[in-house]
Design a protein around this ligand. Structure first.
Ligand SMILES: Cc1cc2nc3c(=O)[nH]c(=O)nc-3n(C[C@H](O)[C@H](O)[C@H](O)COP(=O)(O)OP(=O)(O)OC[C@H]3O[C@@H](n4cnc5c(N)ncnc54)[C@H](O)[C@@H]3O)c2cc1C
Length: 427
């Protein structure tokens, strides 16, 4: 009965609806893709994963809780990544998640990488960012833009034993990344480039042996001179200073110097002068990883705080049972779920080869807002225990701040979203 009613409605000409007439005369421009999504027989929810993705989630959760969990507080206090944790990431196949099996990788999906980052961040956002930068930035640049020779030379080590860093930002160029001043001059033999300059805030750089470095081969061409190079630490990367930070303290963030560093021209990744394109495209998808980091840490703080709130008794009952608490839990749980769905959706869009830039920006922006709210509330729900360092809730809040800063600040995400809206609505 219901089916017949629906079928009848579906046959009614849409244009007879007054609402449709109002829309159809408006100048709003939708891309064909936004209106006509390819039909599938059984539309699925975003909570569907392949068997491999489910297995990966289970493996990462176990590794994070059993191996990383007991080390989190010490690593944070000492501002150091435990080498056993890094080894564990390699041993569990988490440093080459999308890398093909013949290069030593796990050959899983992009969503697999997102799930891994989320699960790691539930326990420690520092470990999550190490894994995220290594996979979604370094490995992906090589997989998508590297020649066969470059892939064969560098990807197996990155999947099995060497940490990678992605070096774009500089002291004078953060949001305006393409104002970078590091130069790469072709030497007189024509076989080498000579790199000079500094990179700032580079994640993983204290542990890394492999560096992707963006430098300008011809500053007279502006951003069209920017070129991506791959190099090993022993070619002459100088770790000039390790930053002390508010959060994700166990993740190293260093200032690097390149002083007449000689790089063979075979180490150019992609085309000369196309580094800016690589950086834009890779950061578009990389920020889905940061969104995953934010939902993971929001969930970790939520789980910890609620467990406590249902045990802690005041006025004769668990504090979590008070309606004033329950409503706040419900509000934050809803927002975490919304951020998670934005993140999974952006990941699936990317996997399906559809446009995802706006959705990725929305996911990262929103997930970082939710992470700050969830972790801040989680502290309050645990009262005094939330505020003391030993319990670990305050760490989640400190760690959440970075979501609004790296891989494009929140303003930059809003600017990206606004650009799409302008295109759609501006006459
Ligand atoms: C812990 C950490 C790890 C990092 N890891 C890496 C890494 O591995 N590799 C790497 O290359 N970089 C890395 N970064 C650098 C990071 O990507 C930059 O810090 C970030 O892009 C912001 O740049 P900035 O710090 O220069 O801020 P700025 O660009 O100086 O921005 C300052 C403020 O101005 C606002 N602003 C700037 N431009 C605009 C605009 N057009 N419209 C509106 N508002 C604007 C920003 O939103 C921000 O609020 C890392 C940074 C940190 C803190």
């Amino acid at each position: 009965m219901l089916n017949r009613a629906l079928r009848t409605r579906a046959r009614l000409p849409l244009t007879s609806s007054p609402a449709f007439r109002a829309i159809s005369t408006s100048p709003i421009r939708f891309s064909k893709e936004e209106i006509t999504r390819p039909a599938i027989d059984t539309p699925l929810s975003l909570w569907n994963f392949t068997e491999e993705e489910n297995m990966l989630r289970e493996t990462v959760r176990r590794f994070a809780e059993d191996v990383i969990g007991p080390k989190v507080s010490k690593m944070d206090e000492e501002e150091l990544m435990d080498p056993e944790v890094i080894q564990g990431l390699f041993d569990n196949g988490l440093m080459g998640i999308e890398t093909s099996a013949d290069m030593g990788g796990s050959e899983c999906s992009f969503t697999g990488a997102i799930i891994a980052v989320e699960e790691l961040a539930r326990v420690d956002a520092s470990v999550a960012v190490l894994c995220d930068v290594h996979n979604t930035l370094v490995n992906t640049v090589l997989r998508l833009y590297g020649s066969k020779e470059i892939q064969e030379k560098w990807l197996p080590d990155l999947a099995t034993k060497k940490v990678g860093s992605f070096c774009l930002s500089e002291p004078a160029s953060g949001s305006d990344a393409f104002a970078l001043q590091t130069t790469a001059k072709l030497d007189s033999s024509g076989d080498y480039y000579i790199l000079n300059g500094s990179k700032m805030w580079i994640s993983n750089s204290a542990e890394a042996e492999t560096f992707l470095v963006f430098a300008n081969v011809d500053p007279s061409k502006g951003y069209k001179g920017i070129t991506c190079f791959i190099m090993s630490k022993d070619m002459g990367v100088e770790i000039a200073k390790k930053e002390k930070k508010l959060g994700i303290k166990a993740s190293s963030t260093c200032l690097l110097n390149f002083d007449d560093v000689k790089i063979p021209k075979e180490n150019i990744v992609g085309e000369i002068g196309k580094g800016y394109k690589i950086a834009i495209e890779i950061l578009n998808e990389g920020r889905i990883g940061i969104a995953a980091q934010m939902i993971g840490l929001a969930q970790g703080a939520f789980d910890k705080s609620l467990t406590y709130a249902y045990q802690r008794k005041q006025f004769g009952k668990p504090v979590g049972e008070f309606q004033g608490m329950g409503f706040q839990f419900a509000d934050v749980a809803t927002e975490i779920e919304a951020a998670r769905l934005l993140t999974y959706n952006a990941a699936r869009l990317k996997e399906e080869g559809r446009t995802f830039t706006k959705e990725a920006a929305m996911a990262k922006y929103y997930a970082s807002v939710v992470a700050q709210k969830a972790t801040g509330n989680a502290i309050e729900w645990a009262g005094g225990q939330g505020f003391v360092r030993e319990v670990g809730l305050e760490k989640y809040w400190r760690d959440s701040k970075i979501g609004a800063i790296y891989e494009g600040t929140s303003n930059i995400q809003l600017e990206t979203i606004a650009k799409f809206l302008r295109k759609q609505y501006q006459t």
